[in-house]
Write a protein that binds this ligand. Structure first.
Ligand code: FAD
Length: 275
């Protein structure tokens, strides 16, 4: 069972628990992006089992008419086994799902294969898939030129992986500058909408200004348990999605969230001491 403190960041261990969380969010005007926790499988059976779980989840979303979509990690659905396994499982999920399917971005060694898979499905489904790109990678501004011509949505994040200095910006100020440059390009050049994957108030405000200037549609995406009141406030005027992890492999995800942000750590401490 997930302890109450981790429950702020993870919706539960089962799809039923995750969908119950989604219903509560939808009632407050926030849509959902569901992610079954799991990554870096080197065993085909494990990758296939998670792909099966996503196919079943997509069916439950359709049955319950929830305002929800999926987000999958390449290494969760087979990239650690082979590129063919990843491609097969992704095709199976996208083919079975009525809802939108996002592809998360992992470390820089997976960028090309992930963008290629996105391109294929974006064209085949006429834009019912999305991909995440990372502002900390020096290549991303160039990748956006390619992505601008494709259907489908692109989520811009700052980047969660420690990458070598030759290929990535290391200083936070430089990553933020890259985020602003990439976001401005996307609002100027993208037709199918922009997804702002950030909790940073400065980036969300920049997106609002760019939307007013260019008219490009956009959505804000934030993680479950992070700035949730802001999510509900923003949802009054903009499309807001909450990224919701669930599943039995919750501990390492929860631990990452706690290490990442001092405010989360303080929150955890308060929960432990009961204040
Ligand atoms: P930061 O630069 O971490 O913080 C900027 C400001 O935001 C802070 O100063 C504060 O004002 C505010 N803030 C941030 N966190 C908190 C908090 N906990 N409480 C209160 N205020 C806070 N990364 C990947 O590499 N690949 C992915 O596929 C991916 N998908 C993601 C999907 C979503 C929906 C989101 C939100 C993030 C995703 N990430 C992904 C993670 C991302 O790369 C960043 O590591 C993470 O979002 C932290 O950067 P930030 O832009 O939110 O803000």
């Amino acid at each position: 069972m997930i302890p109450p403190i981790a429950n702020n960041f993870v919706a539960g261990e089962t799809p039923e628990a995750a969908l119950a969380h989604v219903n509560g969010l939808n009632d407050r005007g926030v849509a959902a992006i569901l992610n079954l926790l799991g990554e870096h499988y080197e065993d085909r059976a494990a990758a296939d089992a998670d792909a099966d779980a996503y196919v079943e989840l997509a069916q439950s979303i359709a049955d319950g008419e929830s305002d929800a979509c999926l987000s999958v990690k390449p290494s969760q659905i087979g990239l650690g086994v082979s590129e063919a396994a990843f491609r097969e499982n992704l095709a199976r999920i996208v083919g079975a799902a009525d809802c939108f399917v996002w592809i998360d971005m992992e470390d820089h060694e997976t960028t090309d294969v992930t963008l290629d898979a996105f391109e294929r499905h974006a064209r085949e489904t006429d834009g019912r898939v999305g991909v995440c790109v990372q502002a900390n990678l020096k290549r991303t501004r160039g990748d956006l030129e390619r992505l601008a011509d494709l259907p489908g949505k692109v989520r811009l994040v700052k980047g969660a992986y420690d990458e070598p200095a030759e290929i990535a910006y290391e200083k936070k100020a430089r990553v933020d500058e890259s985020y602003r440059e990439c976001l401005s390009f996307m609002f100027r050049e993208f037709d199918d909408g922009v997804a702002v994957g950030s909790h940073d108030p400065e980036m969300v405000e920049l997106a609002e200004r760019l939307h007013d200037e260019h008219g490009t549609s956009y959505e804000v995406q934030m993680l479950m348990g992070v700035r949730e009141e802001a999510q509900f406030d923003l949802a009054r005027d903009a499309d807001v999605y909450q990224y919701i992890p669930y599943g039995s492999k919750w501990f390492s995800y929860f631990y990452r969230r706690i290490r990442e942000q001092k405010s989360n750590a303080l929150f955890a401490l308060r929960a432990i001491v009961g204040r």
